[in-house]
Design a protein around this ligand. Structure first.
Ligand code: ADP
Ligand code: MG
Length: 392
């Protein structure tokens, strides 16, 4: 039992996250104590609130780059603000915590566009990103301070704005004796590499390519939208690998880029599916099996290429919805037999919750004036305090 004075020093924070899968708003409530690199984080409660089908369809249409009016984005921004606020209030209710007692809510929002690579617009070199879910609505409903829009400050400092979870992986998972790779399998897959006894500046992290996105795209297409993922990877496990499709997909230039690199629906959405998977007839199960293998191979190759050259890895710690895809986990484990694969649950952070927890921690850092990006990871010029604060 924790002494009273220690408990009093705890700060309650909620993290709100929805990733590129556009599946649900995840809300994690944590208790944070300590400061800077020495924080301790305890999971308190979690809820996930699936997007209503109609909202998901509208978001997908925007994220696919279909032409939409500014009014649609404005309306979605406030609608998502309400849905994110619902999730924050629901997780507080689950833990019987009054939302106004929260030290902070960190809301990642929903990415509807992300361009981490510089383009030239009217003679200026520009990168841009846009997350929606109006934080003023979340602050008004919870009466707690809200930090949102985490990626913009990193982009303004010439970073790619992503990934931002590597600093949190370092805070939560570092080990003085072993190097650790944190692998998150969301719509996109990304890795954080934390050498043994690392300081934050030693950490590297980047997107490896698709996590569930290509598989989910196939499922939605072949089930005419009735299902959105392959439960446990059971359909993929019944298919056979299409070597020609896989080797063509592996030639996609993103896989050869050196970090820093980030990906999204812009790279691995419908256009990728059409070009690499649907350009010749094949069965649903075979295509799913091949998409599953594409994720497993590109994850393991990326770890091999960028990490193993720097020494052995103590463990790979997996999180994200893809951790529930047993077939994918089995494939990654068998392609990487020398390294134990563990779920983040073993370290106190359930795999479905870790990304939402990360944004609670990043918001807590912002409230303390601490930086949240790692320049080596995002390519930014310097470390910066992330996010915009709405005071309640
Ligand atoms: N039981 C399951 N079996 C297989 N895949 C699953 C399962 N549950 C969730 N997923 C996958 O996880 C995805 C959601 O993962 P998540 O970590 O929320 O990703 P994101 O951060 O992109 O939102 C789903 O779209 C689906 O592909
Ligand atoms: Mg999700």
């Amino acid at each position: 039992m924790m002494p009273d004075h220690a408990r009093r020093k705890q700060r309650l924070a909620v993290g709100l996250m929805s990733g590129t899968s556009l599946d649900a708003v995840d809300a994690a409530l944590v208790a944070i104590s300590g400061a800077g690199d020495k924080i301790r984080v305890c999971r308190v409660a979690f809820v996930t609130m699936p997007y209503p089908a109609a909202v998901r369809r509208r978001l997908l249409s925007v994220a696919r780059g279909e032409p939409v009016a500014a009014g649609e984005i404005s309306q979605l921004n406030f609608l998502l603000g309400a849905l994110f606020a619902d999730a924050a209030i629901a997780v507080c209710r689950r833990a019987q915590v009054k939302p106004e007692k929260l030290f902070v809510v960190g809301s990642h929002g929903q990415t509807i566009y992300h361009q981490g690579v510089t383009t030239t617009e009217s003679g200026r070199r520009i990168c841009s990103t846009l997350q929606i879910a109006e934080p003023a609505v979340i602050a008004e409903r919870t009466r707690a301070p809200v930090v949102a829009d985490f990626r913009a400050a990193d982009l303004a400092a010439d970073g790619q704005g992503a990934p931002l979870v590597p600093l949190v992986d370092y805070l939560l998972l570092r080990d003085p004796r072993e190097s650790v790779v944190a692998l998150n399998l969301g719509g996109i897959a990304n890795v954080t590499v934390i050498p043994a006894d690392a300081s934050a500046g030693d950490v590297i992290g980047f997107d490896t390519g698709p996590g569930n996105m290509v598989m989910d795209g196939l499922v939605r297409r072949f089930t005419h939208g009735r299902r959105s993922y392959d439960p446990g990877g059971s359909w993929a496990s019944r298919g056979k690998l299409l070597e020609d499709v896989l080797s063509k997909a592996l030639s996609f230039p993103f896989f050869r880029l050196r970090p820093p690199k980030t990906a999204g629906r812009e790279q691995f959405g419908d256009a990728f599916l059409q070009k690499y998977f649907l350009s010749r007839p094949a069965t649903f199960h075979d295509l799913l099996c091949t998409a599953n293998e594409l994720t497993a191979r590109t994850v393991v190759d990326a770890i091999r290429r960028r990490v193993r050259s720097k020494g052995s890895i103590g463990r790979i710690v997996v999180s994200g919805g893809g951790a529930r895809n047993r077939y994918l986990i089995d494939r990654i484990a068998s392609l990487s037999p020398e390294t134990p694969l563990k779920l983040s649950d073993e370290f106190g952070f359930p795999s479905q919750e870790k990304e939402a927890i990360a944004f609670a921690i990043l918001a807590d850092r912002t409230m303390h004036g601490l930086s949240g990006n790692l320049p080596r990871v995002t390519g930014a010029r310097r470390s910066v305090v992330l996010g915009k604060v709405v005071r309640s």
